[in-house]
Design a protein around this ligand. Sequence first.
Ligand code: PA5
Length: 402
Amino acid sequence: MHYKHNFNPTISDEEIFEKIVAEKEDIGYYSLPLQDSSTYKEYAQTVKQKNIVVIGIGGSTLGTYAIYKYLKHSKKLDKKLYFLETTDPIDIQSKLEQVELEDTLFIVISKSGTTVETVSIFKYVHSLVKIDHNNCVVVTENDSKLRKYADANGMKSFEIPKNVGGRFSVFSAVGLLPLAIVGINIDDILKGAKLVHDSFFSQRSFYSRLINKARFLVEYKNSFNVNVVFSYSSRLEGFNKWYIQLWGESLGKVDINSTRQGLTPIGIIGPIDQHSFLQLIIEGKRDKTVTVIKVENFSNDLKIPSVNLEGLEELNYLDDLEFSSLINKQADATIESINALNDIPCDVITIDGMCESAIASLMYEYELLTSLCAKFMYINAYDQPGVESGKKILKEKLIQKK
Ligand code: PA5
């Protein structure tokens, strides 16, 4: 008797874990938390410039921006970091007006080395300031055209390993180099990521937490197709953007049965979006899961003073309350109101505080979750064939124009 099938069978936790462990041999991001960071720290020591401008897009900037945005107000950083990512001319001009170009190090980051946005902006920068090995460094694949450019000009370059995909590259030179240069403790970044790595791969708490969550998200994806991350800190705005790229570009795929797969990411900020998107969560279609992200310790004691405002006495219960306590109570109230409905899947991640390890753990957790969901869906999380045709059309249009 023979048996054949053309569908993707439900897969056990053990099988999923085995597949991820096997994939770890080929996919480079998993092991990045274990690397030695001395090359980045040594280079960072040599940088004299006060302004650091990263030129790149997508996976080459979003992760670094997420970490920098999260930490920059809580750390005494030596230098300022700027990101040139878009071809919007007003954005390019206004950002470059803020920096003293003569006191700037440009870090050009592109894995492929030929990304239109990155190269156009880099070319433009050449028209403003003399670019050479003193004020420019490159982060790219070893055999890219950008690497050739760097070598030809005697510029220092750092490698993005071929098996580390753009949106999974934050813990490589892509993120670690600029962050080390501005004074962020990259060893603590790696420590935070490693904590989750070790816990997951030695099948401790992150193992069941992530496998269970990925299984739920995939098995119920036809009911709950939208995954809202509700971050209760404006410092997590960059994380939300990074999550949207990671989730969208990794999970929107056609599976091996030619079936379209995908989970739709939404990133919102509390309490601002309580006055906006929350209405859709509470009373709209039941097609969303919600993950609330709270920050345990804001390390900030800003308080609402006890001021009597005539006519507003009924709000005096706010007096003497710390803002950090207010925002966390707002998060709790939102969670309680969602849970009371009993039909919206909701989980809460509380991260420790405004420190390197906290944001790194969160980001590594999301990278693992993305890989797990992709495995459950029988798709490749690490390619992005869907964005190629637009790139080709653009090239043709630009060549025709000449
Ligand atoms: O995740 C990805 O691979 C993409 O989003 C890339 O990061 C993005 O397209 C930029 O590519 P590159 O680093 O080659 O310039």
